[in-house]
Design a binder for this molecule. Sequence first.
Ligand code: ZN
Length: 226
Amino acid sequence: MSLTISFMESLLVITNTFGFIAIIAIVVGIVFSKKQQTSEGLIKAIQFATWKHRDQKRKSIGDIPYIIHPIRVCQILIENGCGYNLPLLQAALLHDTVEDTDTTLDEIDDIFGVIVKRLIEEVSDNKSLPKEQRKRLQILNAEDKSHDAKLLSIADKIANLEDLSSGPRGIPIGWTIKRVQDYFMWAKRVHKGLRGQNKRLDKCFNAIIKGQFEYFDGNNYPKIDE
Ligand code: ZN
């Protein structure tokens, strides 16, 4: 009898152990296949964006390839806890392709799917409008954007503000001190409608909006004229 119980107990332990191992194996499998999908999805977006921006450079001093900017936007999202959201990261890498290259939204839809397409649609300006109107619309429309579009827009602004703060190599050629300060003030107004989605991103934005930026002459100037 005791032998039977011990056998039954052993069987139960083995079954439980194997059941547990099976569950762990399934979870690990899901995590790895998810990681694999994320890596493949990111590489696909980097490859597409690099090709589309292949002839473009940043507007600042030096031959800095444009693709540096969308990669930095994607990195800011990952650094602030959005690394799990593949469509958002892909949209970050692709966010300027429709606005600044021959890429169409249909092309994005075909290759990356409708979620990425919608996100890019939300963060792309209408280039047929005058620049000042486009900037006004960004302030007016910020609050109505989706959660992910808000995250992407904040990360985009942070990347641009980082460039402007970084000294001569990050400031577009021909920009005056006032123009840099105006950009900071405008970004702050847009952020008012975008904030409240991700504390870390907001903190990152607020940190960069305060303080000084270094201009071409090596002097420091206030970012906000107030
Ligand atoms: Zn951008």
